[in-house]
Design a binder for this molecule. Structure first.
Ligand code: ZN
Length: 312
């Protein structure tokens, strides 16, 4: 149902590939919110994102309700979202039970996380990195049989909150191992927002060389204000897919005061000005970011809602 790596190599005047933007606010953007976001508000957020042109939405997570109470309503959310041809919903899956729930709830895509360091992996999903690779490999087989689009995300690909610097060689070796399961897409996640554009370029090129048949996806947090520079570097390096969350909410459990995902409206503003086509409606994104701020009770970090677009 998605373009393969070969088919998305349409390019704009500047020579870059038009990136696909995956909307992650309904999952990553609300995950760390201290107060519970009602199911109806999550559904409305997704409805607004789809109305703004989003065609891939990371909507839910199938982790245990005990671990992440904010995302305990995955089935209820997916039962209400607007469905239609060309609109795909993804769920985060960490284990077999999560995959069972994802299939039963009718997701189109799964996103499985493998963490680059053992310490973070144990804290995040209670297994070593090597065990994480095994889990992913088993999940990829079953999800493939179920006809789902399979994304594997390398978390902490740019640095670890516990172990510090993560050597690029280690990340690329991990990519080699997860690529063996034949994912449709491999994502590099800057989970704690410590990446820089030079490393982004090297790792994106590295993934593309290791897995030429998979799309390369990047997930950036703007924790230290490098998120947008990293996203644009990724596009210039040939990444096919970028994650972004409308409003730029989300935070980071390891930097409580920090902002979250790069904001969809701020990213799309820059891509639009560069002549790249995302199919997203900037006005509607801005409006949705402002609306999300009202729902969460605090203005969102995104700047487009304050500055307005240019030309107006
Ligand atoms: Zn994230």
């Amino acid at each position: 149902m998605y373009p393969t790596a070969k088919r998305v190599t349409r390019s704009c005047a500047g020579g870059f590939v038009n990136p696909i933007v995956v909307e992650v606010a309904p999952r990553d953007g609300v995950q760390n919110e201290p107060r519970l976001v009602p199911t109806a508000a999550k559904v409305e957020l997704i409805r607004r994102c789809v109305a703004a042109g989003a065609r891939r939405v990371e909507a839910v997570s199938f982790v245990s309700a005990k671990a992440v109470p904010q995302l305990a309503d995955a089935e209820a959310v997916l039962a209400e979202v607007p469905r239609g041809p060309g609109i795909a919903y993804a769920g985060l899956v960490l284990n077999e039970r999560g995959l069972d729930r994802a299939v039963a709830a009718g997701v189109d895509e799964i996103n499985v996380v493998v963490v680059s360091t053992d310490t973070f992996s144990r804290r995040n999903q209670n297994c070593s990195t090597a065990e994480g690779i095994d889990r992913w490999t088993a999940l990829a087989r079953r999800a493939g049989e179920a006809g789902l689009w399979r994304t594997v995300t390398i978390a902490a690909a740019f640095g670890c909150p516990f172990e510090g610097e993560v050597p690029e060689d280690r990340v690329l070796e991990l990519v080699r191992r997860v690529a063996a399961a034949g994912p449709e897409e491999i994502a590099l996640a800057d989970t704690i927002g410590v990446g820089t554009p030079d490393r982004v370029r090297r790792l994106v090129a590295g993934v593309a060389a290791i897995a030429p048949n998979a799309l390369v996806r990047c997930h950036f947090h703007n924790t230290r204000n490098t998120g947008y520079a990293n996203a644009l570097a990724a596009v210039e390096a040939g990444a096919h897919v970028l994650d972004a969350g409308v409003g730029g909410t989300g935070g980071c459990p390891f930097a409580p005061a920090a902002t979250g995902n790069i904001a969809t409206e701020d990213l799309v503003y820059a891509l639009d000005r560069m002549g790249l086509d995302t199919g997203l409606d900037l006005d509607r994104l801005i409006e949705t970011g402002r609306w999300l701020g009202e729902v969460l009770g605090t203005p969102v970090p995104a700047l487009l809602g304050r500055a307005g677009k240019f030309p107006a």
